[in-house]
Design a protein. Structure first.
Length: 193
């Protein structure tokens, strides 16, 4: 898949996402803004996932790059599931996927597109329906990420990635590049509380 194909696919997905968001707003009868308290609840819910993922990754990296790949492949989904409780769901997604299982939900596509185009917002939040809020934070490439996501990947690492993720699109990054999103959906609190 060429970069042009990726761009066309992302544009089409963004259009679908905008249509879905418009339909959700029309069906819910609510075009209200996300409340600051909801943003804070989402941020608070996401933080333990991000912290545990980072510490687990760094421990894996101490054992070697193959172990670090296992963290991203196996531990990350388990950590996300562990922190997804009481109607809260969370995970990671990207515009350039390594793991197809991390593909974005339709509501995430316009948000991904805005970061791909250079948004520097520290987070974005949207009302998904009359029961849920979606919240995202950008992920940027840090130096340790380059071992598996950089422009040059060691042959042994590249071989393992190719074996685990045929069709991988998550390479060619530089430090500081936008890599994807952490996301969380939270249920709206009862207005009477």
């Amino acid at each position: 898949m060429t970069r042009g194909d990726i761009s066309a696919t992302l544009r089409a997905a963004s259009i679908r996402g905008l249509i879905v968001l418009a339909m959700v707003a029309a069906c819910s009868g609510s075009e209200r803004e996300v409340k600051e308290a909801e943003v804070e609840r989402a941020r608070t819910a996401l933080l333990p996932f991000k912290n545990e993922l980072k510490s687990t990754f760094l421990k894996g990296l101490e054992e070697g790059p193959v172990e670090a790949i296992a963290v991203c492949r196996e531990a990350a989904p388990e950590i996300a599931l562990h922190h997804s409780t009481s109607g809260i769901e969370m995970g990671r997604t990207s515009h350039r996927l390594r793991n197809p299982g991390n593909g974005p939900a339709d509501w995430m596509n316009p948000l991904l597109e805005s970061y791909v185009k250079g948004s520097s917002e520290p987070y974005r939040a949207v009302v998904l329906d009359d029961r849920r809020v979606g919240y995202v934070e950008p992920i940027y490439i840090q130096k340790p990420c380059l071992m598996c996501h950089g422009e040059t990947v060691a042959p042994v690492i590249a071989g393992q990635i190719e074996q685990l993720y045929p069709g991988d699109l998550a390479v060619g990054f530089e430090e500081g590049d936008f890599r994807g999103l952490f996301w969380v959906t939270i249920p709206l609190e009862d207005e009477e509380q």
